[in-house]
Design a protein around this ligand. Structure first.
Ligand SMILES: Cc1ncc(COP(=O)(O)O)c(C=O)c1O
Length: 418
């Protein structure tokens, strides 16, 4: 190329910051900041009673145990615990997860397990590996907000499925399945945002229907261990495996788990359980995303679980969160006016309130923040602008007396709607 010298040596035009938005990729029009993460900034004020985030109780984090495990790891493994690691994850942690998740008829090995940087990364990678523009995905309506954020930029179409107190209404899925979706995404236990749990009968029917229609199932299960009443139900992964006949199709479920809710979300360690070829493709996507999950975090978690910390930690969490859930349910009973209803979760961290249709939860939030109470308006979890009169309340992050005070303040605002 024959460029003239002046052209080459001429000063570059000053970088105009206004140029950057013009350069953003088209898919970024589908990206926006999460309402919840923005709200969390406001709710950090010390006198705020926040039902907004999905935060575990910080006073229950096993700080001393994490500290001791970190020392042990650094003494035992030294530099190796600070070195780059395999994308698949720490072998001994994958083995541990495979052992924990195996069931009769569902023998799992390390090759079925991939470690990720939190369940959220698993969802992001699953979307990137499986979804093309124009693909359809069935989701509960309302559903987990950050799943919508992760998959919306992929240009897919969400098919909202109706839900009730027993989870996704499997009886009503047939018309959606006829639209030939590629995947169904569900949070079967103590769903975020509603707190509802998919019933045993519906679980069995769902896995069967999805196999019949050749629709893959993504089971996102972060709250599994946080059950405060009733019996634990089999996972969709396990139920689906019971349908597999020798020589028949492999498992139809990608299961996503996390240590965020039972140990500490700041460690950012989650996992997927899936057929080997799916794990392998997710690993390829992960390599491009972050190379691997924090080596140190994985070592710490493995040290904690092999020393049976979860057997201590989970009962502690169940006890505290059950008390908080009960405090919230009885405060709602006492302070919320007639015409409001709410879900009654058997576990997890959230419940959802439905206000009379004329009350807009986003307007209510503005007044609530002035009274130093925060929650998340339910609209953002819904598709097609529904849920304007709903709110998600988190009960794991505040002590029972704070919960009572916060619900009382909210109730008094509802008594005087503007
Ligand atoms: C349903 C659901 N999936 C995934 C996540 C993300 O979890 P992690 O901290 O493991 O990324 C959350 C966290 O709130 C959640 O509620």
């Amino acid at each position: 190329m024959n460029r003239n010298v002046d052209e080459v040596t001429a000063p570059l035009p000053e970088l105009n910051p206004m140029n950057w938005p013009r350069r953003f990729a088209t898919r970024t029009t589908q990206m926006k900041r999460s309402t919840i993460r923005e709200l969390l900034k406001l709710t950090a004020q010390p006198d705020m009673i926040s039902f907004a985030g999905g935060l575990p109780a910080p006073e229950l984090f096993p700080i001393a145990q994490v500290q001791a495990a970190t020392n042990t790891i650094l003494n035992r493994h030294g530099a190796q615990a600070l070195q780059y690691g395999e994308t698949e994850g720490l072998a001994e942690l994958r083995d541990w997860i495979a052992r924990q998740s195996s069931r009769p008829g569902l023998p799992l090995t390390r090759s079925n397990v991939g470690i990720v940087s939190g369940a959220q990364q698993a969802l992001d990678l699953i979307g990137r590996v499986l979804l093309n523009e124009g693909d359809k995905v069935i989701v509960e309506n309302p559903t987990y907000i950050a799943l919508l954020s992760a998959w919306r930029p992929l240009g897919i179409e969400f098919l909202p499925a109706p839900c009730d107190a027993r989870g996704i209404c499997v009886e009503d899925l047939e018309p959606l399945l006829r639209q030939r979706p590629k995947l169904l995404y569900t949070v079967p236990n103590f769903q975020n945002p509603q707190g509802t749990t998919l019933s045993a009968e519906r679980r069995a029917r769902l896995v069967e229907m999805l196999r019949q229609h050749d629709v893959g199932l993504v089971e996102d299960d972060p709250y599994h261990e946080l059950r405060y009443q009733g019996d634990s139900l089999p996972s969709l992964l396990e139920l689906d495996a019971r349908l597999a006949s020798p020589g028949g199709p492999e498992n139809n479920v990608i299961y996503v788990g996390t240590f965020s809710k039972v140990l500490a979300p700041g460690l950012r360690v989650g996992w997927v359980v899936a057929p080997e070829e799916v794990v392998d493709k997710l690993v390829q996507a992960k390599q491009a995303s972050d190379l691997h999950t924090s080596t140190l975090s994985q070592h710490i978690i493995y040290e904690l679980v092999r020393n049976h910390l979860l057997e201590e930690q989970i009962p502690l969490l169940r006890h505290a969160y059950r008390e908080r859930r009960d405090a919230m349910l009885s405060a709602l009973e006492k302070h919320f006016p007639r015409g409001t209803t709410w879900t009654k979760p058997d576990g997890g961290m959230f419940l959802m309130v439905t206000l009379p249709t004329e009350i807009n939860a986003t307007d209510l939030l503005q007044r609530a923040l002035q009274q130093k109470v925060a929650f998340v308006p339910g609209e953002a979890f819904h598709l097609h602008g529904q849920g304007q009169n709903t709110l998600r309340l988190n009960f794991s992050n505040a002590a029972p007396d704070k919960i009572e005070a916060g619900i009382r303040r909210l109730g008094s605002l509802l008594d005087k709607p503007v």
